[in-house]
Write a protein of this length. Sequence first.
Length: 125
Amino acid sequence: MRASGLALIATLAIATGCTGDILGGENGSGGDFSISVGSGVTPQYSWSTGPAFSLDVVRTSAQTVVVWRVTGPSDPRMSSPVRHGTVPAGALESSAIEKVLTPGVQYRVSIRLVDGRTAFQDFRP
């Protein structure tokens, strides 16, 4: 029974296009473009699809609490890359609960581009 249940989960994951650890690991990603996350407790977030309007970081265990957020209020053109905890020139920091991330905790970075496209990437520092 257990083997057939795992086979069903794997089949559903393949059919729906799920990648990474289907049981909730740290390989969650999605959206209109790819985000690369560097290492360490102040990682660098990189993307190659145009200027960003906002960048949010949350703990995946409490996704309603933004631990770090930067936005471009008047000239929404944050260029890649952005280092966690460092506010890019012309941007505003609107949440700074964790300017330094906690090792081993799973986080999600979400980026919204000026043209409205969005993406996210889960990671652990």
